[in-house]
Write a protein that binds this ligand. Structure first.
Ligand SMILES: O=CC(=O)O
Length: 342
């Protein structure tokens, strides 16, 4: 096949791990691999309009490529999709694809895939770390030790044991289910709320409860839902008001699922005992009320940040691109578009 007759694959962002670099480069047998020259959205849109990506069938994108393209919204879909470069498949390297507007992509004939499953264990591990940090109040003594002040002038406040506490998992997808198993090893009782009640086998016997009951009855609440119009700020002041006093909040999903300003107020009032967060409403900005609070456990979006998981995610994402090129179908299309066919 001459290179001009091959479809193009657009790489938006970087592939970091050697097995995945090799897998991506092997696509050159069936596609022309192209990268944008642009480093910002304005230039990227101009580059699309210049025809540089015409004939692009599939694109591999990373979370950080948002710095090149901005959000994948109507404006970007216009120049990349069927009225522009002709992109048909957009493979997002991550479980959460809220940077891509699915309705705009659908309208432009672009089908999206994400990376489920591969992220589960590492993200659930991160939730466990954050939960233990918050429940045991480990951040406060940790800060004193690093200041050379051992346990501080006063003994640090006592933490709590996870043993015997009720963990409510909001969103019982793959990550939620993995977290359930791990939390049970700490002696926690797990209940969950989800759009749909799962089979006994899928839920591993965890009790399904309504949203309100979960808010009212849990000692620890972990957020494991995708960010979309119906989950944005699903936890705000009215929901905090329904929770038990001294509840602990854990978020490894997306920051905007929680109203961050309302969380800071609930922490300041003592309604929320502590929280463990990996994600924030306006990353990389973190609310000063969180940064300045020595009792909360915070990470800078590290949920899947391990060699094994990152490698597995990159390989999975490449398998979506390959499947799109070879079969015209994505391996793991996003739920909103699962019925979309040619
Ligand atoms: O945030 C990480 C992911 O969405 O996979």
């Amino acid at each position: 096949m001459s290179s001009s007759s091959k479809p193009k694959v657009l790489l938006l962002g970087e592939i970091d791990h050697q097995p995945a670099k090799d897998a991506f480069n092997s696509l050159s047998a069936i596609a022309e691999l192209v990268k944008p020259k642009s480093t910002n959205r304005e230039d990227f849109i101009k580059e699309c309009k210049s025809g540089a990506f015409n004939g692009v069938k599939a694109a591999y994108r990373t979370f950080n490529s948002v710095s090149i393209t901005g959000k994948i919204d109507g404006e970007v879909c216009e120049v990349l999709g069927k009225k522009g470069a002709g992109l048909e498949f957009l493979s997002h390297n991550g479980a959460g694809y809220d940077q891509c507007n699915t309705a705009d992509c659908t309208a432009a004939g672009i089908r999206i895939s994400n990376v489920p499953t591969a992220v589960n264990a590492a993200t659930a591990d991160t939730a466990i770390y954050l939960m233990l940090g918050a429940v045991r109040n480990f951040n406060y003594p940790l800060l004193n030790l690093r200041k050379g002040d051992w346990r501080g002038k006063q003994p640090p406040p006592l933490g709590h044991d996870p043993e015997g506490k009720v963990l409510g998992i909001l969103g019982m997808g793959g990550i939620g289910r993995d977290l359930k198993k791990k939390a049970e090893a700490f002696g926690m009782k797990v209940i969950y709320h989800n759009r749909n009640k799962l089979s006994e086998e899928m839920s591993g016997g965890a009790k399904y409860v309504g949203f309100g009951e979960l808010l009212k009855t849990c000692d620890v609440i972990s957020l494991n839902v995708p960010l979309n119009d119906s989950t944005r700020h699903m936890i705000s002041t009215p929901q905090f008001d329904m929770m038990k006093d001294s509840v602990v909040i854990v978020n490894t999903a997306r920051g905007a699922v929680i109203d961050e300003a309302a969380l800071v107020k609930a922490l300041d009032s003592g309604k929320v005992y502590s929280c463990g967060l990996d994600v924030y409403e306006e990353e990389p900005k973190v609310h000063p009320g969180l940064v300045d609070n020595p009792h909360v456990t915070l990470l800078p979006h590290m949920g899947t940040w391990t060699v094994e998981t990152q490698t597995e995610m990159e390989l999975w994402n490449i398998s979506n691109v390959r499947s799109a090129l070879e079969t015209g179908q994505l391996r793991s299309p996003v739920p909103e578009q699962r019925v979309m066919k040619d």
